[in-house]
Write a new protein. Structure first.
Length: 222
């Protein structure tokens, strides 16, 4: 069933326009194709050709989102995003939540979105060119690692993975952290939650360095 999204009198023209554009794409492009876009991940009846068709359809929808100027709403315009503020993005999410997987087709899905914002705010120009731009363009996937065998990750103080300076290199002591990434895709790099140690080996804070998936042995689990 299609959404019936009407302008909200108390909202400004910009927010109502974003809501309307989002609803048009969800109603016309996503809702009629929900059974094709995502079902192949869990339904064994689908063939390779169906998977390819779904991938092609997703890329077509992403192109239409970009043409509408609402791709990556959480990111600045200079990085290819829509540059929405918090309130504008919140009202857009209200519409996106109507359809399964819609946010991913608008370029705003965890853990990519959080990693993108970290890179925008703290990344060097080299890091932005290497990681941020490909992430925004959809050419790369990222993960977020914070769960360990004996630590759920919900309490960062219990994390055993450590991040220590060993001049001239950085030493990362892994505690078999598992990585969360976009379902069905293998991340090329991950934001890894780790305790930062001083030179005496004392825990001083928690950090989230970016680590290439090829740097460590990632085990793809359930």
């Amino acid at each position: 069933m299609k959404m019936n999204v009407q302008p909200v009198p108390t909202l400004n023209e910009r927010i109502n326009e974003v809501r309307s554009l989002t609803a048009q794409i969800v109603n016309k492009e996503i809702l009629p194709n929900e059974s094709v876009l995502w079902a192949w991940r869990t339904d064994g009846r689908f063939q390779d050709s169906d998977v390819q068709q779904a991938r092609h359809l997703r890329e077509e929808i992403k192109t239409k989102v970009k043409q509408a100027g609402i791709w990556a709403p959480h990111l600045p315009v200079e990085y290819g995003g829509a540059g929405l503020n918090f309130l504008e993005h919140a009202y857009m999410n209200e519409v996106l939540a109507y359809a399964v997987g819609a946010a991913a087709l608008f370029g705003v899905v965890a853990p990519n979105s959080g990693n993108q914002q970290i890179l925008v705010k703290y990344g060097t120009e080299e890091q932005k060119q290497k990681w941020l731009i490909p992430l925004i363009e959809g050419k790369m996937e990222s993960g977020f690692s914070m769960t360990e065998p004996d630590s759920p990750g919900s309490d960062p103080r219990s994390i055993k993975t450590t991040w220590a300076a060993r001049s001239p290199e950085i030493t990362l002591a892994m505690a078999s952290a598992t990585m969360a990434s976009v379902p069905g895709l293998m991340a090329s790099h991950s934001s890894l939650l780790a305790a930062v140690l001083d030179r005496r080996g004392s825990k001083v804070t928690i950090s989230a360095p970016f680590v290439r998936a090829s740097t460590s042995r990632w085990i793809k689990g359930r």
